[in-house]
Design a binder for this molecule. Structure first.
Ligand SMILES: Nc1ncnc2c1ncn2[C@@H]1O[C@H](COP(=O)(O)OP(=O)(O)OP(=O)(O)O)[C@@H](O)[C@H]1O
Ligand SMILES: [Mg+2]
Length: 243
């Protein structure tokens, strides 16, 4: 379901407390980067975003690139989210792009053509007519043998393609190496996407707390504070207080 604001249509994120930070939800039709080190909650946040759409009977796609869809379904089950119902009624479409390619090299030992991956993804998306897409992660391991300019071009064209689908909002996850101060792996993801949501594990009193902050969001006011959050059964990510 879409909320109309004065400026533009918004898409509710499904994450309790997050839409207040964007003053009404994610501007519809754009792509947003969810960045963070391993285990910070990128996949959980992405699934929660799709579930919000599924509750309203929207068509959704989860494109898993490095992980087997079965793992994603099991992880969701562990949180108390039953995706089977939505898989069966066709509202949730999970595809594993890796299965199209198998490995980073083709039979002749050449690196995978990244344009082919973008074409496959675009073709698939157009066949579903979704309002929510997750691509987890945007830059897959199968491209690790490709040259950096090739991967950058792949990211740029993929973002261009998803943002050209009308009324469809996309989350792209980006892995950040542990201990890095970067916001995305290649750098281009953060410039090409329309917004960045950054997840962290921060040391605090001999423990580590989970935090979330919005780094940028084109076309809307944002609250730039960093908020702690919890991952709870059934509810998933729930924002707590500002640091
Ligand atoms: N059922 C659960 N209940 C509570 N916390 C959970 C549950 N399942 C996972 N978590 C927490 O969420 C974290 C993983 O979240 P998620 O898989 O979304 O991370 P990620 O950022 O996608 O990681 P990666 O970069 O490895 O893909 C786990 O490390 C775990 O601490
Ligand atoms: Mg993940």
């Amino acid at each position: 379901m879409l909320n109309k604001t004065k400026e533009q249509t918004r898409t509710p994120s499904g994450i309790a407390g997050l839409d207040q930070l964007t003053y009404g939800g994610l501007p519809t039709g754009k792509s947003y980067l969810i960045s963070g080190e391993p285990g910070t909650g990128k996949t959980i946040l992405s699934l929660q975003f799709l579930l919000e759409g599924l509750k309203n009977n929207e068509n959704t796609i989860y494109i898993s690139i490095d992980e087997k869809p079965d793992h994603v379904i099991k992880d969701a089950e562990a949180l108390g989210w039953d995706l089977q119902h939505y898989l069966q009624n066709g509202k949730l479409n999970i595809i594993d792009i890796t299965s199209y390619f198998g490995s980073s090299k083709d039979k002749e030992g050449n690196t995978i053509d990244s344009k082919l991956i973008v074409n496959k993804i675009t073709e698939y998306i157009k066949s579903i007519n979704p309002t929510r897409i997750v691509i987890d992660p945007i830059a897959p391991l199968i491209l690790s043998d490709n040259s950096i300019p090739d991967v950058i071009e792949y990211i740029r064209s993929l973002i261009f393609e998803v943002e050209s689908i009308e009324n469809c909002t996309t989350l792209l996850t980006s892995y950040i190496p542990v201990g890095s101060t970067k916001v995305s792996f290649f750098g281009i993801e953060e410039f090409a996407s329309s917004g960045i949501i950054h997840l962290k594990l921060l040391p605090q009193n001999n423990k580590r707390i989970r935090t979330i902050s919005i780094r940028k969001m084109r076309g809307t006011r944002i609250d730039l504070s960093e908020y702690s959050f919890e991952i709870l059964p059934e509810r998933g990510i729930v924002l707590r207080q500002a640091l």
